[in-house]
Design a protein around this ligand. Structure first.
Ligand code: BTN
Length: 268
């Protein structure tokens, strides 16, 4: 499918106030996050959504790359122009994860789990990654870009990813339409973002997030710079930190970016 068909179909399906109402579809771009950043610098509106069929330099978290063959994934970035503090913006990744989970489930029936803070997994393999980037001047947020990559129609993965990644079509055994997932995700985004904005934290969303959290109540491995340890995942707190209980019964709040949390058997 080309960018024109993608745009037409999406415009038919989108049922939102602002998310995706300014819609830019591209055949190829270096990174939708980078492209949207340039638009944001030029004054683009909140809710502007950039979607590409292919990225030549897709960005992942921690300086990693995000690879996908043309037309197989959802590669999109959403622009926000919040008036709150930079510390609160880190929670947006968790809000986005909730929205993508609903988007995937509404469009395909597949109930993914969230790997805190920002991946979605199906049968312990990654199906979606989220990269939230922010521009601040003098500690004031200018804009935030929420970049979302969803594996949809890949039929195979490179050797090194085979145990760690999957796609919706691998799970379902047939090709999957991407546009309904985008439209449902944008609708869910507005729903959850409204709730988030009422309190500027996750207190009203954490119960739902924890229900969808991979490994909730089970053992996880916490990989911190000081070393690794096993703990029980007690779910997220109001500010999006993950609460874990150590073998000694001590409760620790883990901040994203500081450490990585895994299930004890592998990626999830
Ligand atoms: C991760 O899991 O490391 C986050 C991956 C985020 C990938 C998406 S694809 C669309 C958007 N544009 C980018 O360059 N990255 C994000």
């Amino acid at each position: 499918m080309g960018k024109t068909e993608l745009k037409e179909r999406l415009e038919q399906l989108l049922d939102t106030d602002h998310a995706g109402r300014t819609l830019i579809c591209l055949d190829e771009v270096d990174s939708t996050n980078r492209y949207l950043r340039a638009l944001a610098e030029g004054g683009a509106k909140e809710g502007t959504l950039v979607i590409a069929e292919r990225q030549t330099a897709g960005k992942g978290r921690m300086g990693r790359t995000w690879e996908s063959a043309k037309g197989t994934s959802i590669l999109m970035s959403l622009l926000l122009r919040p008036s709150y503090e930079p510390e609160q913006a880190s929670m947006l990744t968790l809000v986005a994860a909730l929205a993508v989970e609903v988007g995937i489930r509404a469009a395909t029936g597949q109930a993914a789990k969230i790997k805190w803070p920002n991946d979605l997994v199906l049968e312990r393999k990654k199906i979606c990654g989220i990269l939230t980037e922010m521009c601040t001047i003098d500690t004031k947020i200018q804009y935030v870009i929420v970049g979302i990559g969803i594996n949809v129609n890949q039929t195979a993965f490179p050797e090194e990813l085979r145990d760690k990644a999957t796609s919706l079509s691998c799970m379902l055994g047939h090709a999957v339409e991407r546009e309904p997932i985008v439209a449902e995700t944008m609708k869910a985004w507005e729903h959850y973002y409204d709730i988030f904005q009422k309190t500027m934290d996750l207190r009203a969303l954490k119960e739902e997030y924890n229900q969808k959290l991979a490994g909730y109540g089970g053992e996880v491995r916490v990989l911190a710079s000081e070393g690794e340890f096993t703990a029980i995942s007690r779910g997220i707190m109001d500010q999006g930190t993950l609460l874990v209980e150590t073998a000694q019964g001590e409760l620790l709040e883990i901040r994203s970016g500081e450490v990585s949390v895994r299930g004890i058997y592998g990626y999830v």
